[in-house]
Design a protein around this ligand. Structure first.
Ligand SMILES: [Zn+2]
Ligand SMILES: [Zn+2]
Length: 160
């Protein structure tokens, strides 16, 4: 399992292979240490966010949305060119191939598990044991977004 988290101190993104409560998380950027949640991984299965201990996690395809979109746009452009060249079979062939490629990619790409609270990411076997984590839920996401906003506001008030 691999944990990716953003250091709250310096915003550096760190990757930790096999996070364990015995080893504190050390930031590559500023050296700040952060203890990982002791209950996060049980028998190789992820229970909660290793960084902040939140049990609300969601899964997402570990695949940049922009890449999927780029494939569709490229396929559409090529098929349009064939259409203007009056080659209807090639047009539909390209369209079909594009949709098929997108479908294959979508089903082959593994999931990444993401923490609603701190947005840390966990990849690899055991990151979604028995499909316990579900795709992003707007209601839960909004709750944590509000919390982040309040925290930021509090911080800026303390500074000012
Ligand atoms: Zn740092
Ligand atoms: Zn977290």
């Amino acid at each position: 399992m691999e944990l990716t988290y953003r250091c709250p101190g310096c915003q550096q993104v760190n990757r930790i292979v096999d996070p364990s409560p015995d080893r504190p998380l050390v930031c590559d950027g500023c050296g700040q240490t952060h203890s990982s949640a002791p209950q996060a991984i049980r028998n190789g299965a992820l229970q909660c966010c290793p960084f902040c201990g939140t049990e609300d996690l969601y899964i997402q395809k570990d695949f940049p949305h922009r890449l999927g979109l780029a494939i569709l746009v490229a396929g559409f452009a090529v098929s349009t060119a064939f259409w203007y060249a009056m080659m209807p079979l090639a047009t539909f062939g390209v369209l079909l191939a594009t949709v098929f490629l997108d479908w294959i990619l979508y089903h082959r790409v593994p999931d990444v598990t993401i923490c609603y609270r701190c947005l840390s990411q966990v990849r690899g076997p055991g990151s979604n044991p028995e499909r316990r984590f579900q795709p992003f839920d707007l209601a839960i996401g909004e709750r944590y977004r509000q919390e982040r906003l309040r925290l930021e506001q509090l911080r800026s008030e303390q500074r000012g």
